[in-house]
Design a protein around this ligand. Structure first.
Ligand SMILES: Cc1cc2nc3c(=O)[nH]c(=O)nc-3n(C[C@H](O)[C@H](O)[C@H](O)COP(=O)(O)O)c2cc1C
Length: 345
């Protein structure tokens, strides 16, 4: 009896995730969002092999390196995975060709409005195109331009963030978009929450933080242990000191580096005011502060001065677990929530 109850709940969960799974070619409608330095062959293949969907983070990689990373990932999994390209990469068109040549089925364009030529190249090459939609009007525009699926990422997420929470973005966008699958991201750490968004009409969910701290993630032990120790309130957006010098908000764990960044901005503003630096030079000096800082944290384990990008979901990282275990846990939580409603007796 109990067994048939949970089987029925499982079937309901599968039905809710069917559109997302069909789009991704996965068993679960869950993506491990691309994370620069973290989302490479090991995590991506582990994710896809475990029934989820891994995404390589191209970041600033040149085309030759991306080609190698894709080939190495394909050697570790025969399941589908995606590649995330940053739109302002100077060699975006070449990177798209690298993905198409390697027969990557899903390309995610992140970091701004997907440029027309890249959109056309992806579509002509037969890959599925996924874009981030920060607002409903843009979501509609992207669909018109040929985007095959959307991700809506709330400000709870780790890394570069927009100003609006997933709670609000989901309400603004999900009821109005049915043409393409929409995946939700930001602050998700448990299956009950994923279930809730599937019921609101999402096709699936993208998580980053929980997978960054997985066994298969190549992130340094210091980086993963910082995630285990941290609470949601420790993952804060970077602070802009002066309105004349914009700072792109990045959510990460507060550390000596984030505090030093404030002092650095104050120094640069001082130099600008005294005429020692012009505006452009001052802005560049502020931006250069974080150059190489994510690599320092992820690869070298410098969690004191490096950039420890993490979402508010970091509070739900309580141990370093294998990817398959995280996925099984998320699914079990969603199914248990369905069982608890008692509709399956
Ligand atoms: C360490 C780290 C690095 C990230 N780097 C990228 C990136 O290079 N490109 C991107 O589109 N998103 C990036 N993200 C965002 C993730 O893909 C994902 O959308 C986000 O982590 C989801 O929110 P969560 O962290 O609360 O799970 C990064 C996130 C983290 C934690």
């Amino acid at each position: 009896m109990l067994n048939s109850v949970s089987q029925a709940a499982e079937a309901d969960f599968e039905a809710l995730g069917a559109r997302g799974c069909a789009f991704l070619g996965s068993k679960l409608p869950i993506l491990a969002g691309a994370m620069s330095w973290v989302s490479e062959r090991n995590l991506v293949s582990a994710m896809s092999n475990a029934g989820g969907f891994g995404v390589i983070a191209c970041g600033a990689m040149p085309p030759e390196l991306l080609a190698k990373e894709i080939a190495a990932t394909q050697a570790l999994t025969d399941k589908p995975f995606g590649v995330n390209l940053i739109t302002m990469h100077p060699k975006l068109d070449e990177l798209v060709q690298v993905c198409l040549t390697a027969k990557v089925g899903h390309i995610v364009l992140a970091g701004g409005i997907p440029p027309g030529p890249a959109v056309r190249a992806v579509k002509d090459g037969g890959a599925k195109l996924i874009a981030f939609a920060p607002a409903l009007v843009l979501a509609k525009r992207f669909i018109k331009s040929g985007v095959d699926a959307l991700i809506i990422e709330g400000s709870e997420a780790g890394g570069h963030i927009g100003p609006v929470s997933l709670t609000v973005l989901a309400q603004e966008i999900l009821p109005h978009i049915s043409e393409v699958p929409v995946f939700v991201a930001g602050g998700l750490g448990r299956g009950e929450a994923i279930l809730g968004y599937l019921e609101m009409g999402a096709a699936g969910a993208q998580l980053g933080t929980r997978f960054a701290a997985s066994v298969e993630s190549i992130a340094h032990a210091n980086f993963k242990n910082a995630f285990v120790r941290a609470n949601a309130r420790d993952a804060l957006p970077s602070i802009q000191l002066d309105e004349r010098f914009p700072v792109i908000p990045v959510r990460g764990l507060v550390n000596a580096g984030t505090k030093k960044f404030l002092a650095h901005q104050a120094e640069v503003v001082q130099k600008f005011q005294s005429g020692a630096l012009d505006k452009t030079a001052a802005q560049l000096e502020i931006e250069h502060f974080w150059a190489g800082a994510l690599r320092r944290a992820v690869i070298d384990g410098d969690v004191e001065t490096g950039s420890v990008m993490a979402g508010q979901s970091v509070g739900m990282v309580t141990e370093i677990q294998p990817v398959a275990e995280i996925l099984a846990e998320l699914k079990a939580q969603a199914v248990a929530a369905l069982v608890a409603r008692g509709n399956h007796a």
